[in-house]
Write a protein that binds this ligand. Structure first.
Ligand code: UDP
Ligand code: MG
Length: 338
């Protein structure tokens, strides 16, 4: 006989879905990508170490030196003797996404926290992150409260990017969310199982799904140095994001081509008709030149759109490693062989 289901799910219904359930005292890995951040380390590490020690007896910090040229790795080295702090030095600058991936791969904790080295991400928020995790969230991410510190041009670009990105997809990349986040082991494993080389992490975070909670915050000003992301680099990143997560531009190109061809047919028919009906001679050097340039432009843009995707395919097919590690220092979580 069929049995009606009980109205509430059993108390532990989340546990089997994750495979291994949740540890009462989870171990925590904090990964920090560092590119020319030597000045910031002495201000970052002591409060971060205190905060992590207050959250769990088993914690580690994984500092990924992304090919710095200002002696960041040398500054990190002594800290690896002061506690469970590890250094992963990449052989050159591979970019933040690669550095974060290196950190995710090295991290051994039940929970992984990612944050920047420039003190823009307040350590006080880690406690809030943990509270949400304990309440059942798999991902807790910080969202910029407001972007008023940025110019109107950048804000416009950001708006446009998210509109193009989220327009027709099944998952939404939240605007204003960055890499400052806490992730359950299940989420980290899901991220690491994605095989692509060009890793647009903002998109991948959204792609893997899971229960995510947003915590609003106002990022502090950068402590030392300047941001590494210029307008040009952000635009390149946006292009990476669009080509990794959408294919509608390709379809848009074919639709535009079809629309133009139809319009050209109609216009041709109209000219022919008016010649026979009224004997109008077709004239207009200007029309020809303008339309020639218009269509040449549209063709080049279309070729460019296709080229972006072909370039992505080429990057993926080469299957090069995401990064190369030059040196590893320090011991992390107990019993962790890496
Ligand atoms: N970063 C990195 N590799 C790079 C560029 C940046 O590892 O090629 C790190 C950087 O050291 C910092 C974080 O990524 O810890 C964020 O960089 P930044 O503060 O320059 O970016 P923003 O805060 O302006 O987005
Ligand atoms: Mg920053």
């Amino acid at each position: 006989a069929l049995v009606a289901p009980p109205t509430t799910p059993p108390a532990d219904w989340l546990a089997p879905a994750r495979g291994r359930g949740r540890a009462a005292t989870p171990s925590i890995s904090c990964i920090v990508p560092c590119y020319n951040e030597a000045e910031n380390l002495a201000d970052l590490l002591p409060p971060l170490m205190t905060a992590l020690a207050g959250l769990s007896p088993a914690w580690e910090i994984v500092l990924v030196d992304d090919g710095s040229s200002d002696g960041t790795a040398e500054r990190i080295a002594p800290w690896t003797l002061a506690g469970p702090v590890r250094l992963l030095q990449l052989s050159r600058n591979f970019g933040k996404e690669a550095a974060l991936t290196a950190g995710l791969q090295a991290a051994g904790g039940d929970i992984v926290i990612a944050m920047d080295a420039d003190l823009q991400h307040p350590v006080e928020m880690l406690e809030t992150f943990m509270r949400h995790w304990r309440a059942g969230a798999d991902v807790v991410y910080a969202v910029r409260h407001d972007r008023h510190d940025e110019g109107w041009f950048k804000r416009l670009g950001v708006r446009g990017f998210y509109a193009l990105m989220n327009g027709a997809s099944r998952f939404q990349v939240p605007e204003g969310a960055g890499d400052f986040r806490l992730m359950d082991r299940a989420v980290v494993d899901a991220l690491l199982a994605l095989p692509e080389r060009k890793r647009f992490l903002k998109g991948l975070y959204a792609w893997v799904g899971f229960e995510a909670v947003a915590v609003p915050y106002t990022p502090a000003a950068r402590a030392h140095g300047r941001s590494h992301f210029s307008a040009l680099r952000l635009a390149a990143l946006a292009m990476d994001g669009l080509t990794s997560f959408t294919t509608w531009p390709l379809r848009a190109v074919s639709l535009a081509g079809m629309a133009l061809a139809l319009a050209a047919f109609a216009y041709g028919a109209f000219l022919t008709g008016s010649y026979f009906a009224y004997g109008h001679h077709v004239s207009g050097w200007t029309t020809i030149v303008v339309s020639l340039m218009l269509f040449a432009g549209i063709q080049l843009v279309s070729l460019g759109v296709v080229g972006e995707y072909v370039g992505r395919v080429y990057e993926e097919v080469k299957a090069r490693p995401l990064y190369v590690v030059k040196r590893r220092l320090g011991r992390g979580l107990e019993g962790d062989p890496r």
